[in-house]
Design a protein around this ligand. Structure first.
Ligand SMILES: [Ca+2]
Ligand SMILES: [Ca+2]
Ligand SMILES: [Ca+2]
Length: 220
């Protein structure tokens, strides 16, 4: 292998290492510098009463179909010790969609963390589903079999541009027996100005070092 080929290979390895270092630095930096704001936290335990076709949630509007608020004191309490929770297919033959009363505002760079618990319907031997969405930032459909106990789901993502969004849980079905929902938490982490400046400074340094590396070896 002649010398110029060896130099080219070494140079490419150097560029790759620089890029990896920059990525590593960026992720370390963004993890340590953030202030977390809780936007919504709901165990449904503070609602006034249990009811079929419940529509007086403190934090939610029922915008389609119906849902049941069950649990606690033996009211269709399929999974005791979870206080109140929601059956996403109410008692009207059309599964319900609940939407947060608040609209949440996100800026570019915010990290959104969404967590909630879902359980199977505990009654019919079928798989039920719910589509969870946060405006146009996030949408995912979850399906659970009948006997699955309350299970934690967590999703995290970064916002690309200014966005206003509501949080929606859209039950799918029409047999009055749906997935169970509990313990919804939505937070956002805002990067602190210091970390952005540090990142920009490092980016400039990385670009300079890349330019310096290029000069001697690409001339032949
Ligand atoms: Ca609860
Ligand atoms: Ca129901
Ligand atoms: Ca069903």
């Amino acid at each position: 292998m002649n010398k110029s080929i060896v130099l080219k290979i070494l140079n490419k390895i150097g560029i790759a290492l620089t890029a990896l270092t920059a990525i590593g630095f960026a992720s370390t930096n963004s993890v340590k510098a953030a202030s977390v704001t809780t936007l919504l936290q709901d165990s449904f335990d503070q609602e006034n009463s249990t009811a079929l076709n419940y529509d007086h949630f403190a934090n939610w509007n029922v915008i389609k179909g119906s849902v049941d608020l069950i649990g606690s004191v033996g009211f269709y309490d399929f999974l005791p010790a979870n206080g109140l929770y929601v059956d996403l297919d109410g008692s009207t033959g059309q599964a319900g969609t609940i939407e947060s009363k608040k609209t949440f505002n996100f800026q570019a760079g915010d990290t959104v963390n969404l967590s909630f618990q879902l359980a199977g319907n505990q009654r019919d031997n079928v798989t039920d589903s719910v589509t969870v969405s946060l405006g146009n930032l996030f949408s995912e459909t979850f399906s659970l079999p009948r006997s699955q106990a309350f299970t934690n789901f967590t999703r995290s993502f970064t916002v690309a541009s200014i966005t206003n969004a509501t949080l929606d849980f859209k039950g799918i079905g029409k047999d009055n027996i749906g997935l169970l929902l509990d313990n919804v938490t939505l937070t956002k982490s805002v990067p602190e100005p210091g970390s952005i400046m540090g990142l920009l400074a490092f980016g400039a340094f990385g670009a300079t070092s890349l330019r310096k590396r290029k000069q001697p070896t690409f001339r032949n």
